[in-house]
Ligand binder design. Sequence first.
Ligand SMILES: [Zn+2]
Length: 325
Amino acid sequence: MKKLKFTIGILMIMLGFFGVIWQRKEQNEIQSQPVPLSNKTSFMTVADNKSLTVSSQKVQIHVDPALYSTTVETENDYVALKKYPNSNSTTIDKLYRGEWGMYLGSQNGWIKINTNDGNIGWVKKENTQITTSLRKVNPTLTQLKVVLDAGHGGIDTGAESNDGTLIEKELTLQTVKKIGAALEKIGVNVVYTRTQDNYLALDEIAEKSMRESADLFISIHYDKYDYDNGMNGQTTYYYYQDDKFMATVINTALANNLTLGNNGVRQGNYFVLRQSNRPSLLLELGYLNSDRDVAIIKQTDFQNKVATGIVAGLRTYVNELEANK
Ligand SMILES: [Zn+2]
């Protein structure tokens, strides 16, 4: 057993040595995408801050912007996933532009991908953009970079409480600052999408998370139902299956810290989750048009409890990764 551990240790050091060189090359490639294709779909390397990273090739569904309008959804917003690499083959699925899948290979101008729904098929090469994505393996808290997004802002005010005293864009900014301060206290590297009352387009938000190589992106929101007092509680959303575990851990920690009802973890097709290849969650921290929730949200320590919950969740997440090594 000891000998095995020693051998693994030596292997890790060697991997690290070659990894650093490879990593430098890698970072340049990310900036000048698309990355040249290879048959490798993943590769272990060591990042500059000494955490082991796994690199994988991901495919983003691309549609020429001239073909779609951002206000109305049409057929041009989707790309067919074919069973075989030819146009006459059966369409297995339709993928939304901007959606990510795993790269599996290429053949005669077609790219083979594994989609988020677990469908394996082919997309025309001109409808794809291939990027190398890095994820840290078993990171410590101080190696984590968390990108915090305060939902809405500027002209986009978001939801409002029934009495008009709480405005979502203001609450999200206050909450994000509390979460950020709590994360920084335990050594997590925090980046904000906004720190003031300004409007950011959704694609800028997703871009920022990817540019920062976020280990976790969290978008903070407060909910609103179709009619007043129709719904209450906190909900945690993820989009990619890979993020479900992280969503569950964070949601459990929030449920333990908040007196709001908990609606559990749900898959949500939100732009900021779907368009990013970083681990991403969207938290709805109670309904602003629920008087019951607002009474809790208004409590002075509510936002601190949210921050405590996220810190606890992140600790659990890191420990679980360590335990499952
Ligand atoms: Zn919102």
